[in-house]
Design a protein around this ligand. Sequence first.
Ligand code: PDD
Length: 284
Amino acid sequence: METVFFNGKFLPKNEICISPDDRGFLFADGIYEVVRWYEGFFYDMSGHITRLKRSLRELRINWPDSDSFSSIALELIKRNNLDNQPAMIYLQVTRGASKRSHSFPSPEVTPTAYAYAWGFTPEKSLQESGIKVMLKEDIRWSRCDIKSVALLPNTISFQEASENGLKECIFVRNGFITEGSHSNIFFVIEGTLFTHPESNHVLSGITRKNILRIANEAGIKVREEAVQENRIRFVKEAFITNTSAEVTPVIEIGGNTLNDGVPGQVTRIIQDKFDNEIKALKGK
Ligand code: PDD
């Protein structure tokens, strides 16, 4: 039986009970994090904890266990015998259970915290071949910087992409490309790497942040500047980043083929540097 974390305890999954009055259920009033386990370590756990605390602060949810996330995650890996395989951790914290009302519960209620781990097989073939993605008007709210569980615009957009045989839906707001339904996106234009700057219109991805660092270290010219949809014809290469897909090349965007349909040179350099960083961390 899978062991999960629930409100301070490690329990068999089938023993978890969540109130129907939980504000996560009623209002999507909660936040989440997804962290990757690389057979021995979590990649940039401190970055995830910093973002977790920020999301909680922005929504004014007082969960006192943020600093324990690393030990909770490790315990989940151990209790589920995932030490020696690639795995993921999902953590969700909601404002807690209270009679339905638009105002926050007063007095405050205890937040509901749930986390679980699962083993997974990385999609290496897509990192090799690259993916095709669609473009669509960004139908999300204006606080995409918060890792909120309110993901309906993301899920329906991703579903639309899937039903069209595409691997991600990339959003466009006011003519500018923001990010994907569950990834950030980078472009290479005339040798310079572009990605949307941190703002309320994108999630500040942990992978994004580390890829910017890796690109800078590699001497690649980087500009945190949004790319206009109508500049796609000047885009030589593109790739998406997230915790599970790492760096995945994009070979077609909104029907436009990039680099004759093969992952580009800059993308390959960045993938190699990222892989080398993981190998070096594994060796520690
Ligand atoms: N999603 N942008 C959005 C909208 C995301 O949902 C994600 C991650 C990212 C990339 O963030 P990171 O590099 O920290 O994984 C960007 C996770 C994986 C998810 O929802 O499952």
